[in-house]
Design a protein around this ligand. Sequence first.
Ligand SMILES: [Zn+2]
Length: 210
Amino acid sequence: MKTKNIISEPIIEAASEISISSSSGPGPISDLIRQMIAQLGEDPSREGLRRTPERFEKALRYLTSGYRQDPEKLLNGAMFSVCYDEMVVVKDIEVYSLCEHHLLPFFGKCHVAYIPNKKVVGLSKIARLVNMYARRLQIQERLTSQIAQTISDKLSPQGVGVIIEARHLCMVMRGVEKQHSAAVTSAMLGVFRENKQTRDEFLSLVKAAK
Ligand SMILES: [Zn+2]
């Protein structure tokens, strides 16, 4: 099987595409953070920390903005009917997420492939879908399968494969993990699960040109 459609450049999402409710001012989260800073033995009123609770709340709301996005809306209007049944691969999508066990970042690369069944989706939408699920409290395994399952549900492709390689700060910062080791998760559906040749093709494309 020939593969014609490989995107390997990182896709950067315009910040304007996500609405951040920052206009609402300090909310209940910043009050909690102020208390937390005091509980840690710091002085929340000292200069460097004075506005930290508001900044943290704003950042956290952005990093969890995926809860306020709907995959239906995200993909609708970007799906096209085609007579194309070769593998579509989008490599090296940057992923930044928060581990739900420690609320610390995990980050790395996501690779997505699917073989269409009369329907394709705009390539940039795949990166947006990855971002949408990454901007929630996650575990890497669920993030991987949610991306695969959504593509499977919305496009009904012949198959879909998703691989995420990520480093978890909750592990590296605490020395649980060797500094450079990454956790790798994959979800294979349809022909990617049933057909070793398809899966191997995807894996070799992901490994190529690293
Ligand atoms: Zn963790």
